[in-house]
Design a protein around this ligand. Structure first.
Ligand code: LLP
Length: 415
């Protein structure tokens, strides 16, 4: 376990100063628990890396879009990276500053573009010539000038899972870096566009930072070329992607060090830096608390059936991702065994861990699935008509429910 804000005291797992078992008892299981101190600490680690360099830290809302978390980050000075009208709605509802919102994504609809311009967002990270023309025409209709960056694809292998690698030529994202100068030239002709940025994002859960630096190098070269051609580039958006440790002992890049490296690399060019971190801010701040329902032995395997499933945390099923699983009551000398940890959903793909060494557990015992703060609840579903779980935010010795567990009525609302 690599979570700073989670620790055992007298054999009991705490988030900050709250015993997770107390939360489980009152909020029920499964439920997500997040540490406020951990979220803020990670956001501040980004800030520290930038120091005096002009910058904007645009939290990637997709990682965890709970209003309370957005409000917390807005209060700490964050901007936001959004990929849909729904995410913009959430940011505004949470009191986020629209002037610090960047809109990313390969398939923005006319309605979303309209909503974003009317809300006064900072800029669009534009991904295609068609999108550029659409943004210009909607801006013209609204009588506004709109800031854009093109998301360029530097063709760099982020060396991460293929589903979350985005910076290769074969990926659907961005525009080829070689085609960028022509597109920037065309963009200057559009009267309602302020062509002031360049953006790139090469993938997520990046554990080696060299590809990030390589990508920055390629993009900087482009910036120089564009400026020489008269495009007034003022900011560089380096995307998100910094990885976190999902397994005890797995090294993850240090946030502040990595940002410093990027800052040094881009220094002296009169560029404001933007970044769009998601996972590295909220991932390690959250756990998914679940209760053991049954132990089950088949001829071949041992199973621990728990009340959380792929509906709460799809990462193991979708990316074969590893999440450490630890007991809420420390193991002591209970002994260990090897089992698959599985949920109630009717899919063989519904598992939280395969062949995992666990301390002896019994039905009724509580477990924490670690590093579940990012892309956990955000990717949850109602499959098998399972109500979505509660979410809880811990602050010191206090905790509050920041999303109530869904009811059966919630399941059928709208049908
Ligand atoms: N900016 C853009 C344009 C992105 O596409 C993403 C993530 C981010 C920023 C934030 O990246 P982060 O700092 O969180 O790595 N569901 C997957 C992750 C998908 C990431 C998609 N894009 C998972 O659970 O691993």
């Amino acid at each position: 376990m690599n979570l700073n804000s989670y620790h055992y005291s007298e054999n009991t797992l705490y988030c900050e100063q709250v015993a997770l078992a107390d939360i489980a008892r009152r909020a029920g299981t499964p439920c997500f628990v997040y540490s406020q101190a951990e979220i803020l600490g990670r956001f501040n680690a980004y800030k520290a890396g930038f120091g005096d360099t002009p910058h904007e830290i645009c939290y990637a809302v997709k990682a965890n879009s709970n209003l309370s978390i957005l409000r917390l980050l807005a209060g700490a000075g964050a901007g936001f990276d959004i990929v849909s009208g729904g995410e913009l709605f959430r940011v505004l509802k949470a009191g986020g500053d629209p002037g610090k919102v960047v809109f990313s994504g390969v398939g923005k609809t006319a309605q979303e573009i309209d909503y974003a311009i009317a809300s006064g967002i900072h800029s669009f990270n534009c991904e295609s010539p068609d999108e550029m023309r659409l943004i210009d025409s909607i801006a013209a209709r609204l009588g506004k000038k709109v800031r854009v960056a093109f998301r360029v694809n530097p063709d760099i292998d982020a060396r991460t899972h293929p589903y979350i690698s985005t910076g290769l030529k074969k990926n659907k994202f961005g525009i080829a870096i070689r085609q960028a100068p022509r597109l920037y030239g065309e963009a200057l002709e559009h009267k309602n566009l302020l062509v002031e940025g360049v953006s790139c994002h090469i993938g997520s859960q990046i554990l080696e930072t060299d590809p990030l630096v390589e990508a920055a190098d390629r993009v900087l070269e482009l910036v120089e070329g564009l400026r020489a051609a008269g495009v007034p580039i003022q900011y560089l958006d380096l995307g998100g992607g910094l990885g976190v440790s999902y397994q005890a002992g797995e090294p993850a890049p240090d946030i502040t060090d990595t940002v410093r490296r990027m800052v040094e690399h881009t220094a002296g060019r009169n560029l404001t830096l933007h970044i769009e971190p998601g996972r590295s801010i909220v991932g390690p701040a959250g756990v998914l608390v679940t209760r053991v329902l049954y132990r089950k032995h088949t001829e071949q395997k041992e199973f621990v059936v728990v009340d959380a499933a792929m509906t709460e945390l799809i990462r193991p099923a979708l990316y074969n991702a590893h999440h450490d699983i630890v007991p809420l009551r420390a193991a002591g000398n209970r002994g260990t065994f090897v089992a698959d940890v599985v949920g109630p959903v009717c899919e063989t793909g519904d598992f939280l861990a395969h062949d995992r060494k666990l301390p002896q557990v019994m039905p009724g015992d509580l477990l924490a699935v670690c590093t579940a703060g990012a892309y956990g609840f955000a990717q949850s579903s109602n499959y098998n008509s399972r109500p979505r779980p509660a979410e809880v935010l811990v602050d010191g010795a206090q905790w509050t429910t920041i999303r109530t567990r869904e009811t059966y009525d919630d399941l059928v609302r709208g049908e």
